[in-house]
Design a protein around this ligand. Structure first.
Ligand code: 6PG
Length: 229
């Protein structure tokens, strides 16, 4: 079920998102010793990452992944890595091996394959099970066309059943028009806790519409929403 939680201000939304992540990370680390977090790109989560950088979190026990990435150089203004680095990575002390950055200079199919392999190696270290890797927490956004991660309307990637990470050709509905890689819906839906962060009154149209948008293929999640940007 998708549960929309409405906030009066963006600051309140951020406070709640930050507290949820801190609580979940601490609880998960107390239970099993480590925590896996898939980060979303775009612009909305940037201030959340800046807040997390100030939080008291055991970063050596936290593994960070990217739910999607644009295949552009890491220093490009369009790079999700760059946004996450500026707001979070550059401000915290975290072992390099806990930061799982997608490889952006490979052909999309190969980049997707490599990233899926890395996810499996970290999340299912003995590789003896056929289970899907399960992230402790996945953060997502919603685009103006209803996409989430880099899963765009009408894309064949929406129907992916087997691959964990898909290669996505450049979108035509949003910028930047560059190829991307993205978690697939099977990988997203195996996540233990999924949280969307989204803002803006134009999203109300999407929430109320009869049309089924890609973000609605997420099965269970809280959508933290405010009309204010
Ligand atoms: C990406 C994203 C994407 C994003 C939405 C919302 O790389 O483009 O991960 O799915 O979350 O487009 O973006 P905004 O937060 O900028 O509205």
């Amino acid at each position: 079920m998708l549960n929309i939680i409405n906030f009066a201000t963006f600051q309140e939304l951020l406070r709640e998102a930050e507290q949820r992540i801190i609580d979940l990370a601490k609880k998960t680390i107390a239970e099993k010793g480590w925590f896996t977090l898939a980060l979303s790109g775009g612009s909305t989560p940037a201030p959340l990452y800046a807040r997390l950088a100030e939080a008291d979190l055991p970063w050596d026990k936290i593994h960070l992944f990217w739910g999607d990435e644009r295949l552009v150089p890491l220093d490009s203004e369009w790079s999700n890595y760059r946004m996450i680095d500026e707001n979070l990575l550059s401000k915290i002390t975290i072992p390099e091996e806990n930061i799982h950055i997608p490889l952006v200079d490979l052909p999309p199919e190969t980049a997707a394959e490599y990233y899926a392999k890395e996810i499996k190696q970290i999340l299912i270290p003995d590789l003896k099970t056929l289970d899907l890797p399960t992230f402790d927490c996945i953060l997502l956004g919603i685009g103006p066309d209803g996409h989430t991660a880099s899963l765009f309307p009408d894309s064949p990637a929406l129907a992916e059943k087997a691959k964990l990470v898909v290669a996505v050709p450049h979108p035509t509905t949003v910028k930047p028009a560059v190829p991307r890689i993205s978690f697939s819906f099977p990988l997203i839906n195996s996540g233990k806790r999924i949280m969307f962060l989204t803002t803006g009154k134009e999203k109300l149209k999407i929430f109320d519409s009869e049309v089924k948008y890609p973000f609605q293929m997420v099965e269970n999640a809280d959508i933290l929403f405010t009309i204010h940007k």
